[in-house]
Design a binder for this molecule. Structure first.
Ligand code: HEM
Length: 446
């Protein structure tokens, strides 16, 4: 069949106009009197996703140098404000966040009301136990690593560290320690890679809303794993409620139950913690508390084996200031400035939560791994002004709630391990420390 040329032109024009109208209807209109924020123009429907596909943290840093600290990009059909400046506020209302912790996570919600505020004041008596728990777990790791070296001559430290770190937060939240072969705990700690992929703004349905209604394998996995996580915690909170004794507060869950009961008695209080909120709070603490610290420890070991001379310097400092007779304690931090500087440099250089540290332009030779940049000229003290520029824990009112716990854990685990062990890569192997945003943990044997 042949059509006259005028009909073809008419069809083409109609298709063009319809497409244009559909695209325009997706675009948010800027109210009169306001200007569009600076930022790169995106393609219709997909916005800037193609530019952000690989290494979005680096692309955003480059873009912010062109467009400034406050810029607008478009992800799918959703306009996104990118702030590279000093003050960060609330969280966006993303579709995937509705599936975390029964949709009630305080970390992954826009909520910053009374319960969120109450949660940001953790019970300080529980944090005192941290030192004891980390010490116990680090001892276990030393024993396990020595045994593995004897039997197998090499091992991947990650899978042991993740359970030890999870055990510390379990001990604080639930007064419970799991065996390293415990299948229930292993299935929970291993959920985190899949979780990270969606939670860290990686889910297209957050930005192209129509995708919420289409089958989506990643989202299904995400919903399932959140359900498993919540039911694991519900079971523990229920056990705690049954055996609760207000005169014997065993852990954070118990102190939340007590808080909840006291508030119920006090009718005038407007902060009411329901049982479900307790599950949500421990969900947030547990979820945020093990993967972060394990990642920091993994990066630390990577740097130590890549720069053996730095490892030697830390061990020399430990030998001189603490010796081998007793274990390092939190109160030793000021005496170990080089070790502290190493930890700061690990946080800065690895940028393992890249969207909260877009300030690389502050550093001299940013790509060089150099703990000394955090020491004062004499080398005996950490330069606090410099150390404050490392913003791995976020900024503003939503900054990390577990910052002290995280820093203390990394310090204690590392010093106890390095006091007794020396790490190196297997003969003839090279460590690849190129950061990648989404990939799963790849085993690196030492
Ligand atoms: C090396 C260790 C850790 C790092 C690097 C880290 C980093 C972060 C970052 C970047 C945020 C987001 C901040 C923002 O949005 O501005 C965050 C939030 C949070 N972190 Fe951590 N974290 C660590 C350890 C921990 C630990 C051990 C806990 C719990 C005991 C914890 C609990 C939380 C919670 C509850 C939030 C959400 C705060 C809110 O939304 O109000 N974190 N963390």
């Amino acid at each position: 069949i042949s059509y006259p040329i005028s009909s073809l032109i008419l069809i083409a024009l109609t298709v063009f106009c319809l497409t244009f109208m559909v695209i325009r209807s997706f675009r948010k209109q800027i109210p009169k009197g306001l200007k569009r924020l600076p930022g790169p123009r995106g393609y219709p429907l997909i916005g800037n996703v193609l530019e952000l596909r690989s290494n979005p943290h680096l692309t955003l840093t480059q873009m912010s140098q062109t467009y400034g600290d406050v810029m607008q990009i478009q992800i799918g059909t959703r306009p996104v404000l990118v702030l590279s400046g000093e003050d960060f506020m609330g969280r966006p209302d993303l579709y995937s966040f509705h599936h975390i912790g029964d949709g009630q996570s305080l970390t992954f919600s826009t909520d910053s009301g009374e319960v969120w505020r109450a949660r940001r004041n953790p019970n300080s008596s529980s944090t005192c136990l941290l030192e004891e728990h980390v010490s116990k777990e680090a001892d276990y790791l030393v024993m396990k690593f020595l045994q593995l070296m004897k039997e197998e001559k090499r091992f991947d430290p990650y899978r042991y560290m993740v359970v030890s770190v999870a055990n510390v937060i379990c001990a604080m939240c639930f007064g419970k320690r799991y065996d390293h072969d415990d299948q229930e705990l292993l299935s929970i700690v291993n959920l985190n890679n899949e979780f990270g992929e969606v939670a860290a703004s990686g889910n297209p349905a957050d930005f192209i809303p129509v995708l919420q209604y289409l089958p989506n394998r990643t989202m299904k996995i995400f919903k399932d794993l959140n359900k498993r996580f919540v039911s694991f915690l519900q079971k523990i909170v229920k056990e705690h409620s049954c055996s609760f004794d207000k005169d014997n507060i065993r852990d954070i869950t118990d102190s939340l139950i007590r808080h909840c009961q006291e508030k119920k008695v006090d009718e005038s209080a407007n902060i009411q913690l329901s049982d479900q909120k307790i599950v949500n709070i421990v969900n947030d603490l547990f979820g945020a508390g093990f993967d972060t610290v394990t990642t920091a420890l993994s990066w630390s070991l990577m740097y130590l084996v890549t720069y053996p001379e730095i490892q030697k310097k830390i061990q020399k400092e430990l030998d001189q200031m603490i010796g081998r007779e007793r274990k390092p304690r939190l109160s030793d931090r000021l005496m170990l400035p080089y070790t502290e500087a190493f930890i700061l440099e690990m946080f800065r250089h690895s940028s393992f939560l890249p969207f909260t540290i877009p300030h690389w332009k502050l550093w001299k030779d940013p790509s060089t791994f150099n703990p000394e940049r955090f020491l004062k000229a004499e080398g005996t003290e950490v330069n606090r002004a410099e150390s404050e520029k490392v913003m791995t824990f976020g900024l503003g009112k939503r900054k990390c709630l577990g910052e002290s716990i995280g820093r203390w854990e990394v310090f204690l685990f590392l010093t106890i391990l390095l006091q007794q062990l020396e790490f190196s890569v297997c003969d003839g192997e090279k460590v690849d420390i190129t950061p990648s945003l989404w990939t799963d943990h790849e085993a690196q044997e030492v």
